[in-house]
Design a protein around this ligand. Structure first.
Ligand code: ADP
Ligand code: MG
Length: 248
């Protein structure tokens, strides 16, 4: 069997079983650089598990996951982060007591190890980077506010910023607009559309209007398998997708 080496991320024939139940079943998925891919599907389809497998939180039972043509399946979670994969979980994990600036600063790669933290200086480069990221997440006017004062949507953006500051080549977001207002959703779409250069973004989302505004390609997952894949219009028109979503 030939395997494809042209993609940033390649999952091939990936399965995972939990007590004999296959949450992900022989999944093959390729994601390009500069691509925003959205995974949709009913609850329990295996979407979050796919992200868990990519970031090494859950181990594959079978199959291969390659990133920049390097196998990830044997690596520890922190090694996968170091390879350039950032993942945002459903609930934001920001430091409420710190300011926006400090949250971004602490996420700057140098600041994250004990040694790095001891030798860490607020260089102009770091400062500039924090300001650039803050601007891209609409928080440049809030740098010195404590994170606990932010709205739910702003907290979600801050967490995206804490990943962006590490300059990941693959950014994975699990239901990033859940609980956001319509205006915040539109701004999140704008944010994601602006950050795809030289990276890929993999998003799980239910809000179809949001999906339509960001997805280059949509993968529909159902019972751990791909039901359909393609443009938003193509998958919405797919008979098996209609069957699962609309029951006819
Ligand atoms: P989705 O994100 O699409 O809603 P999940 O990936 O969270 O679905 O879950 C897929 C299925 O796998 C569900 O039936 C869930 O209960 C099961 N599952 C997920 N993670 C685990 C785990 N760590 N242990 C056992 N079962 C799990
Ligand atoms: Mg999920």
């Amino acid at each position: 069997m030939s395997s494809n080496t042209d993609f940033l991320l390649a999952l091939e024939n990936v399965s995972v079983s939990f007590d004999g139940f296959k949450a992900v079943n022989d999944l093959t998925l390729y994601v390009n650089k500069n691509e925003i891919r959205v995974i949709i599907g009913p609850n329990g389809a295996g979407k979050t598990t796919v992200l868990d497998l990519i970031c090494g939180r859950t181990r594959v039972s079978e199959g291969s996951i390659r990133f920049n043509n390097q196998e990830l399946t044997e690596l520890a979670e922190h090694e996968i982060v170091r390879r350039g994969i950032g993942r945002k979980f459903q609930t934001p994990s920001i430091y409420e007591d710190l300011t926006v600036f400090e949250n971004l600063e602490i996420s700057f790669p140098q600041g994250r190890t004990v040694w790095g933290a001891l030798t860490f200086r607020r260089t102009d480069t770091v400062r500039k980077r924090i300001h650039d990221v803050a601007e891209s997440i609409f928080l440049d006017g809030h740098l010195h506010r404590r994170a606990e004062m932010l709205s739910h949507g702003q907290k979600q953006w801050l967490e995206i910023g804490m990943l962006l500051i590490q300059d990941p080549e693959l950014l994975m977001l699990d239901e990033p607009v859940a609980g956001m207002s319509v205006a915040e959703r539109a701004k999140t779409a704008e944010l994601l559309n602006r950050i795809t250069q030289n990276r890929a973004v993999l998003v799980i989302e239910h809000d179809m209007k949001f999906v339509e505004s960001i997805a280059h390609k949509v993968t529909v997952l159902n019972q751990g398998r791909i039901l359909a894949e393609g443009s938003m219009a193509a998958v919405q028109d797919h008979p098996r997708v209609k069957e699962v979503y609309l029951g006819h």
